[in-house]
Design a protein around this ligand. Structure first.
Ligand code: MN
Length: 207
């Protein structure tokens, strides 16, 4: 994985790699504004306030997530989760699908891209309460889908995260209210598979 370093002892709120309305109508500018500008910003501020004296100062974010406990872990985990989440999207595209080695690995592991999407959406829809559905690659190069509660990230289980869907209500309630499965089904239109494929290649080499 790429490492996220603190600057002068503080982690920074990531910049979105697209304009606030770029993901509409799948994710509205309003949802994106609250999700990135309020929720993620609060996790960043909370972590920066909690780091001094924790013994984790100066570490990359990924190392903080591996070594922290309690509130520091929750806030660091949410920053890592959201950084991966927000940087994996692009404007909606019809027939959006992976290509190349990642597409071949998905077909080999799950049978087809359609079967993979079904299994992934099920993981997101059936996760009780707040959390995240993930596609990761393990140490042997095998693709795995996991459900992670609350702020958990697959790196704590030795996995290299590739793709995620945030199923906290703040991710979809303004646009979809209680219809979490509808939100998850729409997200396939905006996945930037080039980003996911790059994470896969890096993960195969070093996770
Ligand atoms: Mn979120």
């Amino acid at each position: 994985m790429k490492k996220t370093m603190p600057v002068d002892g503080k982690f920074e709120l990531m910049n979105l790699p697209y304009p606030p309305d770029a993901l509409e109508p799948v994710i509205s500018a309003d949802t994106l504004g609250f999700h990135h500008g309020k929720h993620l910003a609060a996790y960043v501020n909370n972590l920066n306030a909690a780091l001094p004296g924790s013994g984790l100062e100066g570490m990359p974010l990924e190392e903080v997530v591996l070594n922290a406990k309690g509130g520091v872990l929750n806030n660091a985990g949410q920053i890592l989760n959201h950084n991966l989440y927000f940087s994996q999207f692009r404007a909606p595209k019809a027939d959006n699908a992976p290509t190349g080695r990642l597409a071949e690995a998905i077909d080999a592991e799950f049978g087809s891209f359609e079967a993979f999407k079904e299994a992934f959406a099920k993981a997101g829809a059936t996760l009780f309460g707040s959390g995240w559905a993930w596609l990761s690659v393990d140490l042997t190069g095998k693709l795995v889908i996991t459900q992670e509660p609350n702020a958990s990230n697959p790196i704590r289980a030795g996995l290299c995260p590739l793709l995620t869907m945030d199923v906290w209500e703040h991710a979809y309630y303004l646009d979809y209210q209680n219809r979490r499965p509808d939100h998850l089904a729409a997200l396939w239109q905006i996945i930037d598979w080039d980003v996911v494929a790059e994470r896969y290649e890096i993960g195969l080499a070093s996770c």
